[in-house]
Design a protein around this ligand. Sequence first.
Ligand SMILES: Cc1cc2nc3c(=O)[nH]c(=O)nc-3n(C[C@H](O)[C@H](O)[C@H](O)COP(=O)(O)OP(=O)(O)OC[C@H]3O[C@@H](n4cnc5c(N)ncnc54)[C@H](O)[C@@H]3O)c2cc1C
Length: 415
Amino acid sequence: MARVDAIVLGAGIVGTSAALQLARRGLAVAQVDRRGPGEETSYGNAGVIGGAGVYPTPFPRRLGTLLRVALKLSPEANYHLSALPRLAPWLWAYFRESHPARLEAAARALRPLMARSVAEHEALAREARAEQFLRKNGWISVYRTDAAFKALAPQLELGAELGVRFRTLDVAGARALEPGLAPVFRHAVHWPDIASVSNPFALTRAYAARFAELGGVLLRGDARSLHRNGRNWRVDTAEGPVDSPEVVVALGPWSVDVLAPLGLRLPLAVKRGYHRHYRPRGTARLERPVVDAEIGYVLAPMEQGIRLTTGAEFAARDAPPTPVQFRRLMPYATALFPLGEPVEAQPWMGARPCFPDMRPVIGRTPGQPGLWLDCGHNHFGLTLGPVSGRLLAEMMTGEAPFCDPAPFAAERFAA
Ligand SMILES: Cc1cc2nc3c(=O)[nH]c(=O)nc-3n(C[C@H](O)[C@H](O)[C@H](O)COP(=O)(O)OP(=O)(O)OC[C@H]3O[C@@H](n4cnc5c(N)ncnc54)[C@H](O)[C@@H]3O)c2cc1C
């Protein structure tokens, strides 16, 4: 039986970053996962670091959009009818949190984390000798209609107030940055401080390798074996049981599997998403990720090809994949950029772990001494992994937290 200073459950980008941040502070850390680092949700994201702009990703509130989604005509979202009764309370809470005033509050609460997200990745990537995966040339959002671009105004105003840099572009300006884009849009915004990665899986593995260099161990095991053992927590692993006074739950979409048996019911749901790589036709290139904002997909240049990622699918986490959004969005995507043959036979699927207020939970678990939470990073887990890990490690080791952790406390769901 081994005893360590901290156990981290989960080896996605969030758990790996937390484990590394703790190991950097001199703690003996054991990480437990049933798979290798970064093989689940963290494998397949769009690789964008720094958020999508200023706001997190809201529930659509325009009637036209809602109708298109309801009729399954919209490329940006899909749903399983059978999942809706269980999801209804969560969807209602998400809808309320997407009211413009609440959305602005969420953006303000997230800003300290977002503002440090690139710098924290840079610090870890430097140590992990993984800087070759980081690109620092921003990302571009394109708008096909004047109405959609005009609707961006409050977000840009808030961005200007919060110090988020952006540059609005006409078609020629956008094509000067990305000549491969066809002029099927009318407006664009370049967000220069947003970074991106060319292989999110390799980045997570590099952070995991750095964690191992610092003496951290990754053990195979089922996190659901977590239980109290006297004053410690215990997890059973392939190497035998491990005990620790401190445990971090960083299991992304599976966090509820460990928390519910302990009596902790957090409103965590998933927004599933898909990706597929395509070879560019001819000599076409993309230098940075591009989001087709109204259609709801991202084209991101990756080592494997141009990664097309879809928007949300509201379905049970473990239901079989239904990648119908590709059929709806491919005409738009191929018109915007010359996508050629797909690289894989089937799309990849992942599940974004989401709280309705679009913020993660980072901090103590109410009523469970020594149990810490770092989960629910929704559309921004790659972005926020290292910075959340830092905030958590500061709280766990008694350092002064670099920002106020209150907006991320689990207690906000207690009412
Ligand atoms: C299509 C798509 C595009 C995205 N694009 C972006 C983007 O551009 N930028 C961005 O910042 N974010 C993006 N995201 C979101 C981001 O990928 C996620 O927020 C993030 O990967 C969540 O990381 P995680 O470590 O919390 O979860 P995961 O990566 O899922 O890790 C959880 C780990 O827990 C382990 N686990 C689960 N159950 C058990 C168990 N019982 N026992 C042991 N281990 C267990 C799993 O094996 C896994 O390794 C995107 C997501 C999707 C789906």
